[in-house]
Design a protein around this ligand. Structure first.
Ligand SMILES: [Zn+2]
Length: 235
C-alpha cells in the first residue's frame, strides 16, 4: 500500500549507510494495490531518481548513467531489468526470513551477486585522526543495489531478523520491520490492512451466521438434510 508509513527504523552504522527502512522502501516499490501489482519504479529514470533521493547514488553517477543510456535502449532495458531482478530477489529473501523457510536459490544468487558490487569502505586521513569513507568501484547502479541489499545482511548478522515481516494481507505483501514490544505485529499498518482484515473477518462471521443453517445442512456428513435446502457452490 502506498499510503502506509513505515515504522521508525533502528538506525545503524556510519553516515554513508543506508538503513533497513530504505531497503524495505525499495522492496515495497514493487507494490500491490487492492491485489494488483503496481510498480513504483517502472522506468530506469524513476529508479535513478529514487536512488538519488535516498542517497544511494550520487547525482553525478545518475547523470552519467542517464547520459550513457540516452542513446542506447537495450542498455537502458538491461539496467532496469537488473534493478527489478535484484528487488524481487531481495523480496524473496525477506519473505524466506519472515516465513522461516529456505530462499529460492536463484534469488539468493542474484542477491549475492549484487552484494559483490558493493562500495569499498576505506579509511581516509583527517586533521584530527581517521575517517571512514567509501569508494565507488563499479557501475553506479550496481553500487546502489549493493548498498540497498546491505542493511538486510546487517540485520541478519547483528540485528533482529525475526522482526522482518510480510503483511498478512494477501492483497498487500508490504515488507516491514516489526518494532512492536511483543514482536507480534501481523499487518504493515493497523489503520489500513489491519482494519481491512478485521472488517473482512467481521463480514465473514456475519455471512457465516446468516448461512449457518444452510452450511450445516450441506455438510458432507449430513446429506439427507440438504433436501429442499439452498444450493451452495461447495456442496
Ligand atoms: Zn499491508
Amino acid at each position: 500500500m502506498n499510503t502506509h508509513t513505515v515504522p521508525d527504523p533502528v538506525h545503524r552504522g556510519h553516515a554513508h549507510d543506508v538503513d533497513l527502512e530504505d531497503t524495505f522502501d525499495f522492496l515495497n516499490t514493487d507494490d500491490t494495490e487492492n491485489g494488483f501489482p503496481v510498480d513504483k519504479l517502472p522506468t530506469l529514470d524513476d529508479a535513478l531518481a529514487w536512488f538519488v533521493d535516498r542517497g544511494v547514488i550520487h547525482v553525478e553517477g545518475a547523470n552519467r548513467v542517464r547520459a550513457q543510456m540516452s542513446s542506447n535502449d537495450p542498455l537502458m532495458a538491461r539496467d532496469l531489468a537488473r534493478v527489478h531482478a535484484v528487488r524481487s530477489a531481495l523480496r524473496e529473501v525477506a519473505h524466506s526470513i519472515a516465513e522461516e523457510r529456505a530462499p529460492d536459490s536463484g534469488a539468493l544468487e542474484t542477491v549475492n551477486r549484487a552484494l559483490h558490487a558493493r562500495q569499498v569502505i576505506e579509511l581516509v586521513p583527517g586533521p584530527d585522526g581517521c575517517y571512514v569513507d567509501h569508494r565507488h568501484v563499479g557501475d553506479p547502479v550496481d553500487d546502489a543495489l549493493a548498498r540497498l541489499a546491505d542493511p538486510l545482511v546487517m540485520e541478519l548478522t547483528a540485528g533482529h531478523p525475526e522482526r522482518i515481516k510480510v503483511c498478512a494481507s494477501d492483497t498487500c505483501e508490504w515488507i516491514f520491520y516489526d518494532a512492536s514490544r511483543t514482536s507480534r505485529r501481523r499487518w504493515c499498518d493497523m489503520a489500513t490492512c489491519g482494519n481491512r482484515a478485521k472488517a473482512a473477518r467481521h463480514r465473514a462471521r456475519e455471512r457465516a451466521a446468516a448461512q449457518g443453517d444452510a452450511t450445516e445442512a450441506t455438510a458432507w456428513n449430513a446429506p439427507e438434510a440438504t433436501s429442499g435446502g439452498p444450493e451452495t457452490p461447495f456442496a
